[in-house]
Design a protein around this ligand. Structure first.
Ligand code: PLP
Length: 411
């Protein structure tokens, strides 16, 4: 199957990612675990190394050359994220440790500002635990309730049920943009519009969307959007919280410490302006600059090229997997990304994963931090192959042959 029919040069792209040329157990690696984390292009790896070797100095505090330069690079990275998300103001971009940190920050700060006893927070049945547990903790603290939007057998949210859940006690809707287990792309713009008609703000978990979809926070009109750097080809330990200025200004800080203050006395502290108010302590400035570099890399390739190519992978992979007798695919929404969760005959997911590993194919098995999804299907979990733009049609062919071999072994 020739890849040259596509508009970009897949061999050249793969060459940008050093890890992909590795051999595992003496065989070429097939990395289908991009939902867990993505590999890093050489330009990001080299940038991190150069920053530590030549530029390292703490930001926002030194009067000296290195600190000044590093501060400028850090703030430039913030602008890159602002441009990538099309945020209105640069101070609406908060750097965090990752999306889990971003959601916890909102759950705490927004919760302190707006949530009281008997209020309600709406999430969906297909949320990652990161977008369930922080809200549950908030509900427990405040005596509030969690309400859940269900999904249908294909893995599509039931918007009529969502509308029924909204009432005068609803204080926030927290919803995943793209499901990490089902691949579903949720109609987040519509979900936001419905909430806003009722004056309810919306947080979007963009962990699995930001690397595949064009995200324009002004067009979505969401109140918060969060993602992790490591899932978009950037460094681990980096993340972003976008928040509309009006919310971030009103919300109390999540953590106290250096850099987030204006004036401290033992009696009283006043806080710094945005975004510093939400960035207590030394930030992961080198990571943030690395993330900016990853965004530059993606922009050079072009998100629409990436989307076109990934659509071919999705269509090809879906056809090939559905042709395998005994394979059950979970997540068949009309609008989805290239994530395939499945079970093969009655073979335990873990066994399939372990044997695939021995064939040098990296997938994930288990619940993928979405236990309520598997409760819906009344199973423990599945095998997940999550592909991205550096994967190939040949890898899908090899993967399907490997699955057939596993079926034979268990016959
Ligand atoms: N939300 C979704 C949809 C995810 O897929 C993940 C990670 O897989 C997370 C949140 C949590 O991301 P992190 O562990 O980077 O904080």
């Amino acid at each position: 199957m020739a890849n040259k029919i596509f508009t970009f040069d897949i061999a050249k792209i793969r060459n940008d990612f050093p890890l992909l040329s590795q051999k595992i157990y003496g065989k070429p690696l097939i990395y289908f675990d991009n939902g867990a984390t993505t590999q890093k292009p050489r330009v990001v790896i080299d940038t991190l190394s150069k920053l530590y070797s030549e530029h390292n100095s703490n930001v926002h505090r030194g009067v000296h050359y290195l600190s000044d330069q590093m501060t400028k690079m850090y703030e430039l990275a913030r602008q890159k994220v602002q441009n990538y998300l099309n945020a209105r103001y640069v101070h609406e971009i908060i750097f965090t440790k990752g999306i889990t940190d971003s959601i916890n920050a909102v759950a705490y700060s927004f919760g302190e500002l707006c949530v009281k006893e008997n209020d309600e927070i709406i999430v969906s049945e297909m949320e990652h635990h990161s977008n369930i547990v922080p809200w549950q903790m908030l509900c427990k603290r405040k005596g509030a309730k969690l309400r859940v939007i269900p999904f249908n057998e294909k893995g599509e949210l039931l918007l009529d049920e969502y509308k029924k859940l909204i009432n005068s006690k609803t204080k926030l809707v927290a919803i995943v943009h793209v499901s990490n287990s089902l691949g579903t792309i949720n109609p987040v713009k519509e979900i936001v519009a419905i909430a806003h008609k009722n004056n309810i703000p919306v947080l979007i978990d963009g962990a699995q969307a930001i690397q595949h979809e064009r995200v324009d926070v002004q067009s979505l009109d969401c109140d918060f959007y969060a993602f992790s750097g490591h899932k978009i080809y950037g460094p681990t330990g980096t993340g972003v919280l976008y928040g509309k200025e009006r919310w971030l200004k009103e919300m109390p800080p999540y953590q106290g410490g250096g850099d987030m203050i204006d004036r401290v006395t033992f009696e009283h502290t006043t806080y710094a302006e945005l975004p510093s108010k939400f960035e207590a302590g030394t930030p992961n400035y080198i990571g943030a600059i690395g993330l900016g570099c990853a965004l530059d890399y993606l922009t050079t390739i072009g998100l629409s090229n990436i989307q076109n190519y990934e659509k071919k992978l999705l269509d090809y992979g879906t056809t090939k997997l559905l042709a395998l007798k005994g394979l059950k695919l979970y997540g068949t929404a009309k609008n989805k990304v290239c994530i395939f969760s499945f079970l093969l005959d009655n073979i335990p997911a873990y066994d399939t994963g372990i044997i695939l590993d021995k064939m040098s194919i990296a997938v994930r098995t288990g619940h993928f931090c979405t236990q309520p999804i598997w409760d819906h299907y009344k199973i423990e979990g599945a095998v997940r192959a999550s592909l991205t733009f550096y994967n190939t049609l040949e890898e899908i062919d090899f993967f399907c042959e490997a699955l057939k071999k596993i079926q034979k072994m268990f016959e």
